[in-house]
Ligand binder design. Sequence first.
Ligand SMILES: [Zn+2]
Length: 561
Amino acid sequence: MTNNHRYLLLILTSLFLNSFLAQENHFKTFRSPVGIPISLSGNFGELRSNHFHTGLDIKTNGSINYRIYAIDTGYVSRINISHWGYGKAIYIDHPNGFTSVYAHLNHFPEKIEKIIRQKQYELHQESITYYLDSSQILVSKGEIIAFSGNSGSSSGPHLHFEIRETQSEHPVNPQQFNFEIQDNRPPVISQLKVYNFPNKSINLLCSEKVFSLKKFKNSYRLNNDSIIYVSGPFGIGVAAADYYTNSSNLCGIYSIKMYVDEVLKYDLKFDELDFDNNHQINIHKDFNAYQEHRRKIHRLFIHPNNELEIYNRSLGNGLINFKDSSLHKVKIKVADFNNNYSELYFHFLHKDSSSCLENKNDFDKYIFSKDSNWRISLDSNSFYNFPKIKMISQNNNIVEITNNLPAKNQFILSMKITSEYSPYMEKTFVANITKKGNILNKSGKIEEKWISAEVKKMGTYQLIIDTVAPTIIHLGNNRLKKMNQSLNFKISDDLSGVENYDVYIDEQWVLSNYSYKTSKLRVPLDKYARITNGEHNCRLLVSDERNNKSSLDFKFKFNTN
Ligand SMILES: [Zn+2]
């Protein structure tokens, strides 16, 4: 070996060691985002209504204002303040190529809060998305960066915590980073489902059958130890979930492997997700079982339009197809991140049967309409499967789309504005009426005598006229205010919903915080509002989504002492 070669080898070896060590470090350097033991109410990859859960839901003992710590040094790269989704959220970019995300927060320490206020006052709005560069807010590992809350689309106080690859923004499983999370309980498998297909196409489901299970230690079998008879290609579904130590919260599983006659045929793992295709969960899980019974079933076969990168794709699409007369064995192994696992075994036998007729592909029309008062517009990108759309128009202003298919993209529902609605054209909107009878405003563009809304779900839709302005109620009658007190109001709108709210003190815009959960509007009289001693005029302007406006004027006295 020449000297040059020796050097090269040395360099290569040290390069390899360095990158190996650096990688090892990634997974060890993060501290916990909370100061209490981590207990989870949700985990990574868990099946939700339109997405796989992209982080950990860390419990905060049912209350708010727990200190939230930066898991490593870095800089604040984004702050998002929203009524929906993540609510108040902060993003920190770390030097090792990962970004940590903390959501549903209540408030921030002074260092961060003052920068948020500056932006809100600059834009004259409460909701902001603010991207920051590496020179603006630096944080050290363990620094308090926020206080936990229940903001945005959160139904109880907790911290939603994510780790993303900074470059791709792909969320990765935070459990890879060795946070202290106790889990000694194996996943629970509650149901087996068999889906028969008339040919090798996953688009055309022929029939499905549910099997209940019994458990012996950590292995599951069919309840009556029967053999499953199949007549053609079929796929498997399993309802499976996991519990952590000393916790009653139902969480998601980490991996599923399916072996047919001891050969690995399907391999799923939740290490990384991608926001661009995360809604394709609706063709991974059993959509109907979820819609109707909230049952979370992983389907162990891959739809042709499924682009999720959670499977070992080299194993094929997971469909099983044998035509011989021998008995075949299936083993399904479901594991959590700590490698606690449960197994399910069953046998199947091929039996010829002609009972399964092929569904006819009738996706030939792009516009479906049964009468002249409504129509829906679809293209081949609207749905994953070829929809056979059944619609019932109960009367002129209610449309019911009765199928239960997952939409891939939005589609357009148009309803005719009939004579009784035409005087109120600008005040009319398309509403989705939920199963509980709630009105969800889907807005709508008016063209000629039609109103068209982009919708994502099948269901019941109705035209609603909103000519009623929001109501404003001033809460508390004390007109003498001191520093750090607040002005409080209740603002509500029954139909199209509160859209804009602005508060002016002596003609100057001031920040106000509105909560859609409580309908309360709070105007903090703090140092950012810059109010001087003496009497002031306060004016509230509120409008709903159909632009019905209300206002309220009143005077109050302010005293800094
Ligand atoms: Zn969450």
